[in-house]
Write a protein that binds this ligand. Structure first.
Ligand code: UDX
Length: 441
């Protein structure tokens, strides 16, 4: 099928390349010429494992193109919208400027019977309003949220664990055009639907809410275990053992019970804030008031990590050499948006420490937003002479591949703070380090 993807960021670029890889003829459109040029030459403008391989294959086979010209989307059976919906500068609500701009562009070229499929994360009620805006164009709007995780985006797009499609309804019944559009999307995702991937067709509001509810749930799970870490810290309990033990209950599950410096990135923080803001507009502030608490618990973990470093260094970090292992908001990503790792590093710098940051993928991005820090590519060089080492992103390079004995031979002071509870505490202690975890004795 002929498809277009408007917006070629994390979501759109991966979606375009993945759709080409399963046989579609795809044009990706973005207003950023530099991004388009990079993608068109097979280069991913951000770090995402497996993406460049898909780009190269799609470009070589002639099934994938990138352009700034919306005219190139003319005649596509489905136009996906994958633009960003960042947090507004003046409030915690979502900024829908890019979504509206994409609709404006599409209205110039869209044809009778074509489908506009929104993938961006939007406040509930947005799709209904956009459907009004496009009425008269002959196109049908559906909302098809994306659940991809950075670092696993290619696999998540080609093999999603569920597909959700919100279609237009009239008096609570799905319209015929809506049902038809859902069938078209089913054939777009033919590799997944052939494998009986759950395919959920619903109304706009439910589809929009599925996405924010999933992210709110995940954020809640992380903040729940971090709240337990706070209690563990005053009782001498070990939150890691606690998480293992409750995780054995398969109603609870161990995933997303990793206590540490908390969640960040381009999605969870802004999505829970936008959800709370939207609930307030709907007169349902109290229904998700707990999300503000989730946000507060999350941010307190960064304070805790800074406090641990200060404490471990005897009450002051002034002029101490602190090596920060990690800058990305999570491993397998170069994304530093709302990164707890970088936040901890800049705060320690603000307290007068000499900060050296290293990261396998995120240094260039981190340097752009926090140029005051010192960045070193080589992990061992970064560690050399440190009075304290703090792990803030659980890359394998630090978690598995950094031998504590080897680290001991490089540092000036044997103190390690494990901001992600990802190190083998015993091994580090055996190498002579004072080990500090998050919610661990
Ligand atoms: C998230 C959702 O998982 C995804 O479904 C949605 O589409 C977009 O938002 P992503 O932002 O890529 O994806 O990151 P995710 O893997 O969910 O991690 C989010 C943050 O939570 C990271 O900072 C991570 O370090 C942190 N985290 C995760 C924890 O602190 N503890 C955990 O146990 C798990």
């Amino acid at each position: 099928m002929k498809l277009s993807v408007i917006g070629c960021g994390y979501l759109g670029a991966v979606h375009a390349a993945a759709m080409a890889s399963i046989g579609h003829d795809v044009v990706g459109i973005d207003v950023d010429q530099r991004k388009v040029d990079a993608l068109a030459s097979g280069k991913a403008p951000f770090f995402e494992p497996g993406l460049e391989k898909l780009l190269e294959a799609g470009l070589a086979e002639g099934r994938l193109r990138f352009t700034t010209d919306i005219e190139q989307a003319r005649g596509s059976a489905v136009h996906f919208i994958g633009v960003g919906t960042p947090q507004r500068r003046d409030s915690s609500a979502a900024d829908l400027t890019f979504v509206h701009a994409a609709i404006d562009d599409l209205l110039r070229i869209v044809g009778e019977g074509e489908i506009i499929a929104g993938k961006s994360t939007v406040p509930v009620g947005t799709a209904a309003a956009l459907a009004e805006r496009i009425s008269g164009s002959g196109a049908v709007l559906v909302w098809n949220p994306e659940f991809l995780r950075e670092g696993w985006a290619v696999a998540d797009t080609i093999n999603p664990d569920r597909i959700v499609v919100g279609v237009p309804t009239e008096q609570g019944e799905r319209t015929l055009e809506g049902e038809h559009a859902a069938e078209v999307l089913r054939s777009v995702y033919h590799t997944a639907t052939a494998k009986d991937t759950p395919y959920i067709v619903t109304d706009f509001a439910t589809a929009e809410l599925v996405k924010v509810a999933a992210n709110a749930f995940l954020a809640t799970k992380i903040s729940f275990i971090n709240a337990m870490a706070e209690i563990a810290e005053v009782t001498g309990a070990d939150v890691t053992t606690l998480a293992d033990a409750i995780g054995h209950d398969d109603r609870i599950g161990r995933r997303f019970l990793g206590a540490g410096i908390g969640f960040g990135g381009g999605c969870l923080p802004k999505d829970i804030r936008a959800f709370a803001a939207r609930a307030e507009e709907l007169g349902k502030r109290e229904s998700v008031a707990f999300l503000r608490e989730i946000d507060d618990i999350n941010l307190r973990r960064r304070d805790r990590a800074v406090h641990l470093v200060v404490e471990a260094l005897g009450g002051s970090v002034f002029e101490k050499n602190v090596t920060v292992l990690g800058a990305a908001f999570k491993p397998h990503s170069d994304d530093i948006r709302d990164s707890p790792a970088l936040d901890v590093a800049t705060r320690l710098h603000g307290l007068g420490a000499h900060i050296t940051v290293t990261d396998p993928a995120a240094i260039d991005n981190a340097r752009r937003v926090s140029p005051q820090l010192r960045y070193v590519d080589d992990r061992d060089e970064a560690i050399r002479g440190a009075d304290l080492v703090i792990v803030v992103t659980e890359w394998d390079e630090y978690r598995r591949q950094l031998d504590p004995e080897h680290a001991a031979s490089l540092v000036a002071g044997k103190i390690v703070v494990d901001g992600r509870n990802c190190l083998d505490a015993q091994a580090w202690r055996a190498a002579g380090f004072a080990y500090y975890g998050m919610g661990r004795p």
